[in-house]
Design a protein around this ligand. Structure first.
Ligand code: PMP
Length: 359
């Protein structure tokens, strides 16, 4: 394998809950997992029914073009099918962009403390990653625009960002797009966009006619509660989408996932409930963090990152009480932990365990 493959540090997998329970000597059912920014409501019942119904034809290959899901996305967002590329999770979408645009001798720009898949996908293509220092743990868009080099082919931006939850508003993103050369693809990763408040919301898709180098990436894993099924989508100019489809595996999204995602898009009530549960849970958890006099980063996502100092020790103390959160030392934040927002009782379990861990 090329040296640049040997140089990659793999994405660290989480431990299965069963194994963790055995290790900690606690019952599996008592474990609260708030580690992967999943939806504590599960997924829409209508989507689940569609998933089960799709099993009837499971011996058939999926529709490699995702006709029905694309039609649902077109109806929802006012775009055309040739503007959509489907992914096996939005990680796949990010990787397809890297495959289509990066090669040895090119570079990609991303922020410090940004989502781990950007450097991974960049390095896997033998391209150079240009990591731009963060501003208040979030994207410094001016510095990122200035960091674009002559060999830069992609800029990755997560809004809101994971693991910091930071958010830049739409007008700043628009100004950024106007500054970036038109032959550089700007991948705007909106994995958590459904959690934005009314005031934060912006319409990135309306920028596409002016910025054909914009690719908006979204996922069904978070607010739609379908992380295990793996569905994401990218929306961009047909020429961008065409390049990505050239390197896409023919059947990258399975038939159960396609059916579930199509049904999930129609269940607006579920989406609204997910955002509502998140908003309340965020208040519940940040109030407790304030009481404990901990520093945290205001988050626009379904998780919040807070500073504990010795994160390894606090994490272990939480694990012993059956609460799983995410240490983010790998993101260059060794003193911080990230907790996903759960149901009220799960949040309460986390808060009690944290209080105990810090006592
Ligand atoms: N982008 C961001 C910013 C994320 O946090 C995640 C999930 N951790 C993803 C993309 C990928 O999620 P998925 O592949 O499940 O769509």
């Amino acid at each position: 394998a090329p040296d640049y493959i040997h140089a990659i540090t793999p994405y660290p997998p989480g431990k299965p809950i069963g194994e963790l329970a055995r290790e900690m000597g606690i019952p599996e059912a008592s474990i609260v997992k708030l580690a992967s920014n999943e939806n504590p409501l599960g997924m829409s019942v209508r989507a689940k029914e569609a998933a089960v119904a799709a099993l009837v034809d499971i011996e058939r290959y999926p529709d490699g073009n995702g006709f029905e899901l694309k039609a649902a996305l077109c109806a929802r967002f006012g775009v055309q099918p040739d503007q959509i590329v489907l992914g096996n999770g939005s990680n796949d979408v990010l990787e397809l962009a890297a495959h289509a645009y990066l090669a040895p001798g090119s570079s990609a720009v991303f922020s410090r403390h940004a989502f781990a898949v950007y450097p991974l996908a960049t390095n896997a293509m033998g391209a150079r990653g240009i990591e731009v220092p963060a501003r208040a743990y979030g994207h410094d868009l001016a510095a990122m625009a200035a960091a674009v080099a002559t060999d830069t082919r992609i800029v990755f931006i997560a809004n809101p960002n994971n693991p910091t939850g930071t958010f830049v508003d739409g007008s700043e993103l628009e100004a950024f797009l106007a500054r970036v050369p038109s032959d550089v693809l700007v991948v705007l990763d909106e994995a958590y966009t459904e959690y934005l408040s009314e005031q934060q919301r912006y319409d990135s898709l309306s920028w596409l006619p002016r910025f054909p180098n914009l690719l908006v990436s979204r996922t069904m894993s978070k607010a739609y509660g379908m992380a295990g099924l793996r569905v994401g989508y990218g929306i961009g100019h047909p020429d961008v989408v065409d390049l990505m489809n050239r390197v896409r595996q023919p059947f990258n999204v399975n038939s159960v996932a396609l059916a579930a995602a199509t049904a999930a898009l129609a269940d607006e009530e579920f989406l609204a409930r997910s955002a509502d549960v998140n908003r309340r849970g965020m208040a519940q958890i940040t109030e407790a963090l304030a009481e404990l006099a901990l520093e945290w980063i205001p988050s626009a996502g379904n998780f919040v990152t807070f500073r504990v100092g010795n994160a390894a020790a606090v994490n272990l103390a939480l694990l012993k009480q059956g609460v799983i959160v995410r240490p983010i030392g790998g993101y260059g934040m060794p003193e911080w932990l990230r907790v996903s927002i759960g149901l009220p009782e799960e949040n309460a379990r986390f808060i009690t365990a944290l209080r105990q861990a810090l006592a």
